[in-house]
Design a protein around this ligand. Structure first.
Ligand SMILES: [Zn+2]
Length: 276
C-alpha cells in the first residue's frame, strides 16, 4: 500500500529571504505594535530644531560638551522593526538631524544563529547602508550575554565578527547600547560583559557558571557604551510608555523646559512609531 505524505508548506522565512519577503514578514508581526504616530515624531523633531538644542549622534555626544546648548543624544534601539528604523531615519534626515541606530544580532530580522555562528540575512545590508548613507551612526545593540549563554558562542570573537561585518559595508562601529534581553533580566545588564562595568566576575544561569568582565569596552572595539555617555536627563518610551501619566505630550513639555547645560539622552524604539 502506498502511503501519501502531504508536502509540508515551509513555515517562516527561508535562509536567504529577499528584502521584500523579510519586510512583509516583519511588518505583519510587528507594525501593529506602534503606539505613536509619525506626525507626533515630527512634532518632536520640530521642537528639537529650535536654536537652544544641539542634536547629536551618541558617539558625538560622548565627546561634546557645550554649556550654551541643550545637548540631545538621539539613540534608537532597533529591537524588532528595522523597516520602521529606516522610516524614522528618513524623517530625521529631512529635519537635518544625525542620530544613532543600534541593530540587534539576536533579533529575528537580523538572521539566524546556527551552530556557533550567525547567518546574517544579506538583504538587510541595504537597510544598514541606507541608514548610514543618510549620515546616521550605526551601532551594535549588545546582547552578548544571550550569545554566550543561549548560543554558547564566545562573545568576544562574536563581537569582532560583527564589527568586521559592518566594516565590510564601509560602516565603522563606534559604540554599543545594552539590550534588555530575557537572559539579561535574569542575570545582569548586557553592558556588564565589559570589565569597565562588571560588578561581579561570574554569573549563574540554569545552574551553569559564566565568566564576564574579561575584556574592556575598548578591547571589544568600542569607544563608548550608550548608558555611560554622560547625561543629566534621560527620556525613553521603553515598553511603549514615556513614564508620564500625560504620555507623549507630557514628555514633550518636559523637554521644552530643558535649559542650556542640560545633557539629554533620548532613547526611542522605532517599534513604537508609525501608528496608522
Ligand atoms: Zn533592546
Amino acid at each position: 500500500m502506498m502511503i501519501l505524505i502531504p508536502s509540508c508548506k515551509k513555515e517562516g522565512l527561508g535562509d536567504n529571504p529577499t528584502l521584500q519577503e523579510l519586510e512583509e514578514t516583519i511588518r505583519k508581526s510587528e507594525d501593529h505594535n506602534a503606539k505613536f504616530t509619525y506626525s507626533q515624531y515630527e512634532e518632536l523633531l520640530s521642537e528639537l530644531k529650535k536654536d537652544k538644542y544641539l542634536v547629536l549622534t551618541m558617539n558625538e555626544m560622548s565627546y561634546t560638551f557645550n554649556d550654551k546648548k541643550v545637548i540631545v543624544g538621539m539613540r534608537h534601539d532597533v529591537d524588532h522593526n528595522p523597516f520602521k528604523a529606516l522610516e524614522m531615519a528618513r524623517l530625521e534626515k529631512n529635519a537635518g538631524f544625525k542620530t544613532t541606530y543600534y541593530f540587534l544580532a539576536t533579533a529575528p530580522y537580523y538572521g539566524k544563529i546556527m551552530g556557533n555562528q550567525v547567518e546574517r540575512y544579506s538583504c538587510m545590508e541595504e537597510v544598514y547602508k541606507e541608514i548610514f548613507a543618510l549620515h546616521h551612526e550605526i551601532g551594535i545593540h549588545n546582547d552578548l550575554l544571550t550569545i554566550m549563554i543561549k548560543y554558547q558562542i564566545d562573545p568576544f570573537s562574536f563581537n569582532f565578527d560583527e564589527i568586521e561585518f559592518y566594516r565590510s559595508l564601509n560602516i565603522r562601529i563606534k559604540g554599543s547600547s545594552a539590550h534588555g534581553s530575557y537572559i539579561a533580566h535574569r542575570t545582569v545588564p548586557n553592558y556588564e560583559i565589559f570589565s569597565d562595568f562588571a560588578k561581579v566576575r561570574f554569573i549563574e544561569y540554569n545552574s551553569k557558571i559564566y565568566e564576564i568582565g574579561i575584556h574592556s569596552l575598548t578591547e571589544f572595539g568600542f569607544n563608548y557604551e550608550a548608558y555611560f555617555v554622560k547625561y543629566n536627563k534621560y527620556y525613553s518610551e521603553s515598553g511603549g510608555s514615556w513614564g508620564f501619566t500625560g504620555g507623549f505630550y507630557q514628555f514633550l513639555n518636559e523637554l521644552k523646559k530643558s535649559k542650556p547645560g542640560d545633557r539629554i539622552q533620548l532613547l526611542t524604539h522605532p517599534d513604537w512609531w508609525g501608528k496608522k
